[in-house]
Design a protein around this ligand. Structure first.
Ligand code: P1T
Length: 385
């Protein structure tokens, strides 16, 4: 007999216990900013909702339960707010090594906002372990990575980065947004902090902005909890309720995202109008073997280069009917994004060129529709009329 439930069961039950007063099976939405006290400082454990709120507490408990290896989690008002909180652990003069291919907004936060507080961000290709080793010094306080990366789907070795981080006394932060807690557990591979843009797979319905951090170390939790309280980027109780609702279907959604993404990637790889496909589930992907080791599934994100030029891209985008042209990812509906002009427009041009984020690169967030409809949509749009 297993003593701990399996991921699909954990997702359904995460964070929710019947309401103490009514037996309600769903966590109530405590839309309150404050709490009545019996005497100054004498209360039922809640004094102000920026500090604590019962619905957010359930949301955070659920997040800690779905991220394997975590004991605690904190919810924020966006993925970038969660990132800000982590950077606020640092002091002027500290250094951060960042994987070169990160979400455009993450790079912008580091380059445009935090660099002016004299925090030094060094963007490197983390598939070059020797380069990361050489870059790491005693001033390196964080190693910050995504895997798979946004948008070129590089797979980065989490264990190897954890070893380098440990060797200089730095923390390893893994942005686990693309994999989701269902397919990758960085804390079990040596990461100190995991973060997600919950806007994406955790929310799953393209209707909310949110972020979260998960960890097992109590000292990191205490520091980040203080930052959350002192800086105040928290989700509302209503959003926390909706995130709790979303988490129940995370496992089943992720299974379908991965099935559909593989079908789409295999289809695109064979098409003569497609130059290159980036999906870690394809044996042709340079990170496939590593992805098989460190992920339980390859998730739902597929990037590809269209043969031809930007005019072909525009015609292709116009013809799509099921895939909607929009930023973001991880919702039940399929989206297509043009990283160069949309999500990664803020990446310095030279770096964009080096990473291959050019006019013909497209990124799909493959939804949970019937994969035959998704392939038919791509097929009709790829057919040059
Ligand atoms: O949008 P927000 O919830 O603040 O999350 C930021 C963020 C952090 N990390 C990763 C890997 C992300 O992809 C994002 C947001 N990304 C998009 C909006 C996008 O279309 O790529």
């Amino acid at each position: 007999m297993q003593s701990k439930n399996l991921p699909k069961t954990i997702a359904v039950h995460a964070g929710t216990v019947p309401d103490k007063n009514t037996g309600a099976i769903m966590t109530p939405i405590f839309m309150t900013s404050t709490y009545v006290q019996e005497a100054p400082g004498v209360h039922k454990g809640y004094d102000y909702s920026r500090a604590d709120n019962p619905t957010r507490e359930a949301h955070e408990k659920a997040l800690a339960e779905i991220e394997v290896g975590a004991s605690k989690a904190l919810a924020f008002s966006s993925g970038l707010a969660a990132e800000q909180a982590i950077i606020q652990l640092l002091n002027p003069g500290d250094r951060v090594i960042v994987c070169d291919d990160v979400y455009g907004g993450t790079g912008r936060l580091f380059r445009r906002l935090f660099a002016k507080y004299n925090i030094d961000f060094q963007f490197v290709d983390m598939n070059d372990h020797e380069l990361v080793r050489q870059t790491a010094t005693k001033n390196t306080k964080l190693i910050w990575m995504e895997s798979p990366t946004n948008p070129t789907m590089k797979v980065i070795d989490i264990k190897a980065m954890a070893t380098i981080a440990k060797s200089v006394g730095a923390l390893l932060v893994v942005d686990n947004t693309f994999a989701s807690p269902y397919f990758q557990s960085p804390l079990l591979l040596g990461a100190d902090i995991v973060l997600h843009s919950s806007t994406k797979y955790i929310g799953g319905h393209s209707d909310m902005i949110g972020g979260c951090v998960m960890m097992s170390r109590d000292d990191l939790f205490e520091q980040l909890k203080f930052i959350q309280f002192a800086a105040g980027s928290v989700p509302s109780p209503f959003e926390s309720f909706l995130f709790l609702r979303s988490i129940k279907t995370l496992a089943i959604r992720m299974e379908q995202h991965a099935i559909n993404a593989l079908a789409v990637a295999e289809y695109l790889e064979k098409h003569s109008a497609v130059r290159k496909v980036y999906y870690p589930g394809l044996p042709s992907h340079p990170g496939h073997e590593l992805a098989k080791r460190q992920m339980k599934g390859f998730s739902g994100m597929v990037s590809f280069d269209l043969a031809g030029n930007y005019d072909h891209v525009l015609k292709f985008l116009k013809k799509l009917k099921v895939f909607a042209l929009a930023e973001s990812l991880g919702g039940v509906e399929s989206l297509i994004n043009h990283p160069e002009k949309m999500t990664h427009a803020s990446v310095p041009e030279e770096l964009r060129r080096k990473l291959g984020i050019g006019p013909t690169l497209l990124r799909l967030s493959v939804g949970i529709e019937d994969p035959r409809d998704l392939i038919a949509d791509l097929e009709q749009a790829l057919t040059i009329s």
